[in-house]
Design a protein around this ligand. Structure first.
Ligand code: AMP
Length: 488
């Protein structure tokens, strides 16, 4: 039976001032990782936590640190910090700092500073000069300040490495080690990672002393609560598939995060969404810190419905109420799939993750399925004629009336929300394969809601379907060439 006494923060040994401010923020029940971690951290133990954003890990390490700081007397000395929290991305660092200030509430005086790249050092250096309680930093900028003698870590008692696996992936191993070395051995160290890769284990071995190990999935475990499915589609047809999904009221895409593999891709998707009548904000490494924060803010407060993000920029994003995650492209690293879909279904809410997969991405999809040990339901088809030259309606049987054609490129040109079967827009506004039978076109959106659709895209070939179309296209191509040469 569950021990009731562990079911509130007071029983975990935290000071009343902190538990009061937690109650005021609506935190009355510790999450699993908080219950496991907080009492041990209050005893001064080192910790190795396998946990993702969404598990409540920030409070798990943050509350004991705040309790420890409250127990200290006097002010931090100039140029020093009492606690140092390292995070791989600026967004995660911002979020951690916000959380700490929320946990501290109005009664505890807490001096914090964010030390991030991509913004001016001036205020960071100025604050540190006076001495602070907590520095939340990305490793690169902090190492710069250390090298310029703007910060001393000799009085730092708490060191947290959040999302250690990601920091290593991003090549921060050298600064992380250099920073830890400066802090010295009198510290309490906590390392959190979503995965336990060999490199993380190595780092943990060198930095942690006899750590306790805790493990927690995000609240409302992603795998169970998130409805995942795949829509097969030609790479260029993804734009239309996305438009169809966004326009589909039954799909209920209220707050959507779309993942692109590259920064350039994220910009392109955002631009196309704008052209197609959907306001979207983008967040990736080429954007300034201010632009990234503004995009996140608009998305979090609901003024922008769609956020387009790259994997790195999105790590640690904690926005409530994301109804859908769309993988516009599959990630190179299958683990990122898990991180991506974890953006929805937070705090026990249910969410939907839709992956658009083209023919070149099938092996990545298999890698993902191997990792999550599940076969995902698949609908749609890779459009085999996608790369064929623009054809007129005459050449494709079964064109729905009103479909845009090469001959009449402007027709319906702005009606992007009208489901168009795999119809691929081109620069000139003409539609490729605008004439595929309605059934095929309805495919992505409608089939997509059928999670029982056969796993893998092995739909039986249709009598009048893609194969026939492909054959026709080749024949028509030759015929068009003959026409151009005046042979027709
Ligand atoms: P984290 O995993 O630290 O990023 O936390 C994920 C989200 O859960 C954040 O929005 C926290 O504010 C929230 N959270 C953390 N602990 C609790 C709790 N005990 N009860 C309710 N919400 C929490």
């Amino acid at each position: 039976m569950k021990d009731k006494s562990l079911n509130d923060f007071i029983s975990l040994g935290l000071p009343t001032l902190i538990t009061d401010s937690l109650t005021a923020s609506g935190f009355t029940e510790p999450t699993k990782i908080q219950t496991q971690a907080i009492p041990k951290l209050l005893e001064g133990r080192d910790m190795m936590g396998i946990a993702q954003t969404g598990s409540g890990k920030t409070a798990a390490f943050g509350l004991p640190i705040l309790a420890g700081i409250m127990g200290l007397t006097g002010r931090p000395r100039p140029m020093t910090t009492r606690a140092l929290i390292l995070a791989p991305t600026r967004e995660l660092a911002v979020q951690i700092e916000e959380n700490l200030r929320k946990f501290a509430g109005s009664k505890m005086k807490l001096d914090t500073v964010l030390v991030l790249g991509g913004v001016s050092r001036y205020h960071q250096v100025g604050k540190i000069a006076k001495g602070v309680d907590v520095v939340v930093a990305t490793p690169g900028r902090l190492k710069d300040l250390m090298d310029d003698n703007k910060i001393r870590l000799n009085e730092t008692r708490w060191l947290v490495l959040d999302e250690a696996d990601r920091m290593l992936d991003m090549g921060f191993i050298a600064p992380v080690r250099a920073i830890a070395k400066q802090i010295g051995l009198r510290r309490q160290t906590m390392l959190f990672s979503a995965t336990m890769a060999a490199e993380v284990e190595d780092l943990a071995k060198t930095l942690l002393k006899d750590p306790i190990k805790v493990e927690a999935a995000p609240q409302g475990s992603t795998v169970v609560k998130i409805d995942q499915r795949v829509i097969m589609s030609g790479s260029k047809a993804k734009r239309n598939v996305l438009n169809d999904l966004l326009a589909d009221e039954k799909e209920g895409m209220e707050r959507v995060i779309i993942f692109s593999r590259t920064k350039h891709g994220a910009d392109r998707v955002t631009k196309n969404l704008a052209i197609d009548g959907h306001e979207a904000a983008a967040i990736h490494g080429n954007k300034s810190q201010n632009a990234r924060q503004a995009a996140l803010k608009g998305f979090a407060n609901g003024s922008v419905r769609i956020l387009v993000a790259t994997d790195i920029a999105a790590r640690g994003i904690d926005v409530q109420g994301i109804t859908h995650v769309v993988n516009y492209e599959l990630p190179d690293d299958p683990e990122n799939y898990v991180h991506r879909i974890g953006r929805t279904g937070r705090n026990g809410a249910s969410g939907i993750a839709i992956t658009l997969c083209d023919g070149t991405e099938k092996s990545k999809l298999r890698d993902v399925e191997r990792l999550i040990r599940r076969t995902l339901p698949v609908s749609g088809e890779v459009n085999l004629v996608e790369e064929a030259p623009v054809r007129g309606a005459r050449n494709s049987p079964g064109a729905p009336s009103g479909a845009r054609t090469a001959r009449n490129p402007k027709q319906n040109a702005r009606k992007f929300n009208t489901p168009r079967p795999g119809g691929e827009r081109t620069k000139g506004g003409a539609s490729r394969d605008a004439n595929a039978p309605r059934d095929a076109s309805a495919g992505p959106a409608r089939d997509a809601r059928n999670p029982l659709a056969p796993a893998r895209s092995v739909k039986p070939p249709r009598a009048d379907g893609l194969k026939a179309k492909t054959r026709w296209t080749t024949a028509a191509k030759k015929s068009a060439a003959r026409n151009r040469r005046g042979e027709g």
